[in-house]
Structures are given as structure tokens and as C-alpha cells.
Design a protein. Structure first.
Length: 180
């Protein structure tokens, strides 16, 4: 599949088919994360692949009772083992690096005929306890993975390209339209 098509087909899946994800496809998704760039090539990401139904149910409760989290055949807990590296610009590296790796996974998943959903609304300490994650490891995000019930491309409500960029300096056109 062409990259542009993969990007257009990616959407946040919240309804999964009752079908296991083949190990080869899961490994391809994880390998996409492994190939992602990171600050100083630290590769600080670590992933816990949760397939166990009871654990997925507990994780869905820790994710504010989002039922589709338990319904997905795979939940990937995305962690960082180097949590304190600050780049010279003052930004923490690990959340940025992990976001790049996760996005690589979401795109590879689409290429494999799978769907994903980023899970940012969850209680990290609860997930830490459920999965036995050490205190020195940061639980950053989670990702559901599985076969979407709906395979078609969903029309996405997105701003026009002209509304999201300007050249050389800030432009007033970049301010969001005010609702009346």
C-alpha cells in the first residue's frame, strides 16, 4: 500500500472484530516502532503486549471504563525507560520519541489490515500495577490493536491545508475560527 493511502486509511478504531492478531503481523507492528528515530538514538521505548482477556478488562477500567479497550485483542502499553533526558532546547525527549514510535506502529498496523486507537485517557499508576511495571519506568501511552469491524475509509473532518500553515512567520490565518 502506498504511504499516502495508509495515512488516509488510519483512523481511531473503537470497534474490533473478535479475531486474534497473527503473531507475524504483531511483530511487524512492533518492528516499525523499533525502526523509529529517537533523540541521541537512545531508543528508550519499551512495549508490553497484553493479550490476556482479564488483564485487558482491568486495563480498560484503568482507562476510564472505555469498553473498546477490553474488546481489542491486543493492548500495547507504551513505556519509557529513560525518563529524565532533557534536550538542549529544554524539552523532555522521551514523550516525543515515544510518540514517533507509536505513530510508526499505527501506520504499519493499517498496512497489515489492522486498526489502532491511541489511549491517552488512563491512570498510569493503575496500569503500572496491573502490568507489574517498575517505578523507574514511565507509562506514557497505550495503543489498542486488532481487526476493525469497519474496514472502509472514514471521511475525516480536517482543516484545509491552507488553514494549518504559513510561510516564514506567523499569520493571522492560523488562528482558529471563532464560533458565534
Amino acid at each position: 500500500m502506498e504511504l499516502g493511502e495508509v495515512i488516509r486509511k488510519r483512523y481511531s478504531v473503537r470497534k474490533y472484530a473478535d479475531k486474534e492478531v497473527e503473531e507475524s503481523k504483531l511483530l511487524n507492528v512492533l518492528n516499525a516502532a523499533r525502526l523509529a528515530p529517537s533523540a541521541r538514538n537512545m531508543q528508550e521505548w519499551r512495549f508490553i503486549v497484553v493479550k490476556n482477556k482479564e488483564l485487558r478488562k482491568k486495563i480498560s477500567i484503568a482507562a476510564n471504563n472505555q469498553e473498546f479497550v477490553a474488546q481489542a485483542p491486543v493492548v500495547i502499553i507504551c513505556c519509557s525507560v529513560i525518563c529524565d533526558y532533557i534536550m538542549r532546547c529544554g524539552q523532555k525527549a522521551s514523550p516525543i520519541d515515544l510518540a514517533i514510535a507509536i505513530d510508526h506502529m499505527t501506520l504499519q498496523a493499517v498496512n497489515e489490515g489492522l486498526g489502532t486507537c491511541w489511549i491517552g485517557s488512563f491512570y498510569p499508576e493503575q496500569v503500572r500495577q496491573i502490568a507489574g511495571i517498575p517505578e523507574n519506568v514511565e507509562v506514557v501511552q497505550m495503543l489498542t490493536l486488532g481487526y476493525p469491524v469497519q474496514q472502509s475509509i472514514i471521511e475525516k473532518n480536517r482543516l484545509n491545508l491552507e488553514e494549518i500553515y504559513s510561510e516564514d512567520c506567523w499569520s493571522d490565518k492560523l488562528f482558529p475560527k471563532q464560533k458565534s
